[in-house]
Design a protein around this ligand. Structure first.
Ligand SMILES: Cc1cc2nc3c(=O)[nH]c(=O)nc-3n(C[C@H](O)[C@H](O)[C@H](O)COP(=O)(O)OP(=O)(O)OC[C@H]3O[C@@H](n4cnc5c(N)ncnc54)[C@H](O)[C@@H]3O)c2cc1C
Ligand SMILES: *[C@@H]1O[C@H](CO)[C@@H](O)[C@H](O)[C@H]1NC(C)=O
Ligand SMILES: *[C@@H]1O[C@H](CO)[C@@H](O)[C@H](O)[C@H]1NC(C)=O
Ligand SMILES: *[C@@H]1O[C@H](CO)[C@@H](O)[C@H](O)[C@H]1NC(C)=O
Ligand SMILES: *[C@@H]1O[C@H](CO)[C@@H](O)[C@H](O)[C@H]1NC(C)=O
Ligand SMILES: *[C@@H]1O[C@H](CO)[C@@H](O)[C@H](O)[C@H]1NC(C)=O
Ligand SMILES: *[C@@H]1O[C@H](CO)[C@@H](O)[C@H](O)[C@H]1NC(C)=O
Ligand SMILES: *[C@@H]1O[C@H](CO)[C@@H](O)[C@H](O)[C@H]1NC(C)=O
Length: 597
């Protein structure tokens, strides 16, 4: 049991300046900043202990009855509405200077309320690679937490006939999060055609990609409540059924501006609460144990900087006193890029398609793979130098190189999936979307003002390295090859986009590259901006997800992933937040975690 010595009288005095209404500021044991995908898991698990008080502070509101959130076939309806932050990037230097929109949910439930529902985890060796970053983080330890969060809805025989497949050992049946296939699955004729086509190209079927081996063609499950026929999200799973717990409070429509610190001298900074702006104006909310940032990878590092945790060169520019000097805050931003190719369908298809293909580098590149692998290997040191330069020395090339080498090993030695290609037979079109899974580009996010309402500078540096273009081009060309292979080629007519007029069969790689550049979008998977790594290697949080240099501030969201994953992010976020909750409980009690070693 940890007892924090705080002089509350001093805090109240300081807080009174900002407060409008009388009485001391409200106080909770744990303050969770952001009621999104990860934050609600932590809120739920911590408030299981009746003697602990938890408040979640969320910028958005309830979307429990918002049809743009609930409709199973409604992906995209919420884009651009007031529950989408629609963050704008800086001009993208390597892609004709255009900005991109990075979507993220502003609601109780966060980005899980507007996302694509795909439920795929990660390749086991990728999570094992985190062990280098944080002791205890490996596939074996995380796997039980994926299952702990999951309520797998076993497919009906009709769903199995339409392609739903699984190994029961990979799934949890009693967790809060409903996972499975909706009743409105795509016609059962599609998957056998895709399977036969991919066999021609040497890619096997993967019955269940959620056991740590992702390569192949699969029909993956979604986060969906099959019986209610609505989309599942973090709030539906982890918050609304528990809303009446007296020790769990949600404070919505309220933005956290910054962390408030104790002024007593401590070797490590001690958070005493947060400053918020909401319906009552600007106020203080106190935390007696911890402040947990779960505002997402495009917000948590910003809140750290506004609170004085970050790069002194940046903080000084905006007159923010340096509480913790850590130049890694906001660096290491990694996202993927998304493009699509489309064909006319010869038949009419309906339903929610969940077919995805995850080929390895060997499968995608065939004979060319060893040339490509060694050419990338010989560029890694240059990439690392370029990332250091872009960061103005905030990150060190040696640290970047260390991580890039791990990534190279995963791609070319371990043969994790190289790209994800999703097949979208919808009505009279047969479309695809795809993204290379592990780009080498690295960007950053930093404040541009000390005013929390001002947008930060978000720069994913898409296509910073030629290799990221080359892989986007290679996957596009591979998709064309798939669609010209029987039996899939019998199911489709002309390619409608980009189409042979724009990119004929003999189009050059430069033409393809220009197409990629002019049509790409963010894949909305930003990670890495408050990485879990050793501090001297560019880390912001330690293996307990505690921010270095602080006593009691954690980050629990996609910011802490030190590297991009081959799965979609939510499944791993739920698992990480589950495990982090156990680590916190373990710290304050003799609670036993599920780790076996
Ligand atoms: C369009 C789209 C499609 C996607 N598709 C998939 C998919 O199919 N499958 C999948 O697994 N993943 C998908 N993802 C990614 C995935 O949904 C996200 O990575 C994940 O939900 C992020 O979780 P998080 O906990 O890091 O943050 P979030 O869920 O974004 O939670 C952060 C919360 O903090 C709140 N907040 C932010 N700032 C403040 C502040 N200052 N004060 C108070 N609250 C604040 C936000 O409003 C939000 O509720 C998709 C993402 C998008 C945008
Ligand atoms: C710490 O000191 C600053 C500056 O005097 C003051 O604004 C702030 O309220 C104090 N914080 C606490 C927690 O007392
Ligand atoms: C749903 O989204 C549409 C736009 O796609 C918008 O016009 C409508 O207001 C949204 N509904 C709600 C409840 O937010
Ligand atoms: C705002 O004020 C009302 C009434 O005093 C109170 O019930 C509510 O909890 C306050 N909200 C916040 C975020 O402090
Ligand atoms: C911050 O830390 C860096 C790296 O440890 C160091 O080089 C720099 O001098 C420090 N800056 C300040 C203002 O303390
Ligand atoms: C797919 O299913 C829909 C709805 O049942 C039906 O209208 C359509 O004809 C089917 N298409 C094929 C190719 O079987
Ligand atoms: C990768 O490059 C490094 C240094 O350039 C070299 O030492 C190493 O042998 C290369 N590895 C492979 C597998 O080519
Ligand atoms: C591609 O082929 C077309 C016609 O077959 C020809 O006109 C054109 O010059 C070729 N382009 C290239 C780049 O080879």
């Amino acid at each position: 049991m940890i007892v924090l010595s705080i002089t509350f009288a001093t805090i109240w005095l300081g807080a009174a300046v900002a407060k409008k209404h009388a009485g001391p500021p409200p106080q909770y044991d744990f303050l969770i900043v952001g009621g999104g995908t990860s934050g609600l898991v932590v809120a739920n698990r911590l408030s299981e202990k009746k003697d602990v008080t938890v408040a979640v502070i969320e910028a958005g509101d309830s979307v429990l009855h918002n049809v743009n959130v609930t409709t199973v076939l409604g992906y995209g309806l919420a884009f651009g509405t007031d529950i989408d932050w629609a963050y704008q990037t800086e001009d993208q230097t390597y892609a004709d200077g255009k900005k991109q929109t990075m979507r993220a949910g502003k609601a109780i439930g966060g980005t899980s309320t507007i996302n694509g529902m795909s439920y795929t985890r990660a390749q086991d060796v990728q999570i094992d690679a985190w062990e280098l970053a944080g002791k205890g983080w490996n596939w074996k330890n995380l796997f039980p937490y994926y299952k702990k969060s999951e309520h797998f809805q076993i497919p009906t025989p009709e769903q199995v006939a339409a392609g739903a497949d699984y190994y029961i050992a990979y799934h949890g049946l009693t967790g809060p999060l409903k996972v499975g296939w909706p009743y409105e699955m795509t016609n059962d004729s599609v998957l056998p055609v895709l399977d036969e086509t991919m066999r021609q190209l040497g890619v096997p079927f993967n019955r269940d990609a959620n056991g740590g081996e992702m390569v192949g063609l699969t029909s993956h499950p979604n986060t969906v409540d099959r019986e209610k026929d609505i989309r599942e999200d973090a709030a539906r799973a982890y918050f609304w059924p528990f809303e009446s717990r007296p020790n769990l409070k949600i404070i919505s429509n309220t933005n956290v501006n910054k962390i408030l610190w104790s002024n007593d001298s401590h070797s490590e900074a001690l958070a005493v609460g947060v400053e918020v702006t909401g319906p009552n104006g600007t106020e203080t909310i106190l935390a007696s144990k911890e402040v947990i940032l779960s505002a997402g990878s495009l917000k948590s590092p910003v809140i750290l900087e506004l609170s004085g945790v970050g790069n002194p060169d940046i903080l000084k520019k905006y007159d923010i006193p340096v509480k913790v000097n850590n130049t890694a805050v906001g660096e290491n931003l990694q996202d993927q890029t998304n493009n699509g190719l489309h064909w006319e369908g010869r038949e009419f298809f309906l339903g929610e398609a969940t077919f995805s293909l995850m080929p390895s580098a060997n499968q995608l590149y065939g004979d060319k793979v060893s040339d490509i692998a060694s050419s990338i290997n010989s560029s890694l040191a240059d990439y690392a130098e370029a990332v250091e330069k872009f960061s103005n020395g905030a990150v060190q090339a040696a640290n970047v190189l260390y991580m890039l080498q791990i990534q190279w090993d995963l791609i070319f030695k371990s043969q994790v999936p190289f790209a994800e290609i999703v097949f979208l037979p919808i009505a009279r079109t047969f479309g695809t979307e795809y993204w290379p899974l592990l780009p080498f580009s690295r960007g950053s996010i930093h404040i541009k003002s000390s005013d929390p309402t001002k947008t930060p500078s978000i720069n994913p540096n898409y296509f910073m390295f030629e290799q990221d273009f080359d892989s986007a081009v290679a996957v596009a060309q591979y998709i064309r090859k798939i669609f010209s292979t029987r039996p899939l080629s019998d199911l489709v007519g002309d390619e409608t986009s980009p189409g042979l007029d724009l990119l004929p069969e003999n189009a050059s790689d430069t033409d393809w590259k220009n197409w990629v550049k002019s049509t790409y979008r963010s894949n909305y998977h930003p990670v890495g901006t408050a990485s879990m790594l050793p501090r001297e290697k560019g880390g912001v949080v330690n293996p307990e997800l505690k921010v270095y240099g602080t006593q009691n501030v954690r980050v629990i969201d996609a910011s802490v992933f030190p590297s991009q994953l081959c799965g979609h992010l939510t499944s791993t976020l739920y698992a990480v937040a589950e495990r982090a909750s156990d680590l916190i409980k373990n710290k304050y009690t003799a609670y036993r975690t599920m780790d076996s070693g």
